[in-house]
Design a binder for this molecule. Structure first.
Ligand SMILES: Cc1ncc(COP(=O)(O)O)c(C=O)c1O
Length: 390
């Protein structure tokens, strides 16, 4: 049994989440709560630790090859957990998935091309688009019944013909939407109609709560295989982000060759530790994941119940991810005041909504991948910081 209640001090361990929070948010890790960067304060499955330990015991850290067993583990996971049969040669392994987004932009688009993002969305997408001198096209998600929907009609009306790619986050971060087959199919049709490559980042695919089902885009819309690139990884699922290993899965040979060209030009590949951890997690981490999902379900309940009790504050009901997306606009306060209360009052470091693009204003994102006691502490700190509203 995993012990997700265990408090593990991550300060002074080169943790981006804990050791950079003060520089970014002015919240000291001594006494403050770090709820921003999307990794979890949990140890991974024992199988992962055993694999790394065996490597340390062996003591030789040379080049890593062949990666046949890693590829097999990815194929097996996709089949077992997602019902998707993939071939080992469809996989390209990258130095994480942000790098994969950058490589896909270089492989399939040119400078100045329009890249469609459904905002608010994971901030590194926009960063990669602008760092690669492409043009960000923001298609703002609309809220209906407290959750996000895509508005393809509005998007269609805004197109100027320069668009070459859509980057989809499925499930969606932030907000946790699990897109339905109908929604994925509608988007696939849209991509065909406007001749767009669809880059489906499915990194959060395993972190889906009961009552919802993630459908792999490639299964929802098999007819767009010649324009579909899927991104997956074990890093969010099993808390292995430092392993910097992602899988780019492309079934169409010609599309894959274009990606391979950009990948080879960059000369970048992941390290053996990341592949080893991924393989160990996929082969030996399934029961750990089931326990994690139960734990996160309760964290979500405790957090939502607590913050939704503050007048004007609403946490979006997550269908997936451990990233609570909280709308403070109902308090009537300016964003600066909300931030001041959260950072200086509650001493919590949480991501600013506006960094996720259009539609993120007024929101903060809180990472619930932490021991329950920290979620409870965060709730009580937030309730005190806004107690004048009660
Ligand atoms: C949608 C999405 N893609 C990619 C990443 C990060 O990928 P990597 O660490 O493999 O670069 C994140 C991290 O939060 C994410 O939410």
């Amino acid at each position: 049994m995993a012990n997700f209640d265990e408090i593990i001090d991550r300060r002074n361990t080169h943790s981006a989440k804990w050791d950079v929070m003060e520089a970014v948010y002015g919240v000291s890790p001594d006494g403050g709560l770090s709820m921003w960067v999307a990794d979890m304060d949990f140890k991974p499955p024992q199988a992962v630790i055993d694999t790394l330990q065996a490597s340390v015991d062996h003591g030789i850290f040379g080049y890593h090859a062949p990666d046949t067993s890693y590829r097999q583990a990815v194929c097996s996971w996709m089949k077992r957990r997602h019902g998707w049969e993939i071939a080992p040669e469809w996989i390209s392994s990258t130095h994480g998935l942000v790098a994969a987004v950058a490589l896909a932009l270089q492989a399939y688009t040119e400078k100045g091309d329009g890249i469609i993002l459904f905002t608010p969305v994971y901030h590194a997408f926009a960063k990669m688009v602008s760092n690669n001198e492409r043009k960000i096209v923001e298609a703002e998600l609309v809220q209906a019944n407290g959750r996000y929907d895509m508005d393809l009609e509005a998007l269609e009306a805004s197109l100027d013909g320069s668009e070459k790619m859509v980057i989809l986050c499925s499930p969606h971060n932030p907000g946790g939407r699990v897109w339905s087959v109908a929604e994925l199919r509608a988007l696939a049709d849209f991509c065909v109609k406007h001749d767009l490559i669809l880059l489906a980042d499915e990194i959060h695919h395993d972190l889906v709560f009961a009552g919802h089902k993630h459908v792999v885009t490639a299964l929802a819309a098999p007819e767009i295989a010649d324009r579909l690139v899927t991104l997956a990884a074990a890093s969010k699922t099993f808390n292995l982000a430092g392993g910097m290993t992602g899988a780019v899965i492309i079934s169409d040979e010609a599309l894959r060759a274009r990606f391979a060209k950009a990948h080879q030009a960059a000369g970048a590949s992941p390290n053996g530790f990341g592949k080893g951890m991924t393989e160990a997690a996929y082969n030996g981490g399934e029961s750990w994941l089931e326990e994690l999902l139960e734990y996160l379900t309760e964290n979500r309940r405790v957090f939502d119940e607590g913050v939704n009790a503050i007048p004007g504050v609403r946490s979006m009901a997550l269908e997936s991810t451990y990233l609570a997306w909280v709308d403070f606009s109902g308090t009537g306060m300016k964003t600066e005041e909300v931030i001041e209360r959260v950072q200086s009052g509650a001493k919590i470091a949480a991501n600013y909504g506006e960094t996720f693009g259009k539609g993120g204003e007024g929101f903060l994102r809180f990472n619930l991948g932490c021991p329950r006691s920290m979620v409870e502490d965060a709730v009580s700190r937030l309730q005190s910081a806004f107690k004048d509203l009660q």
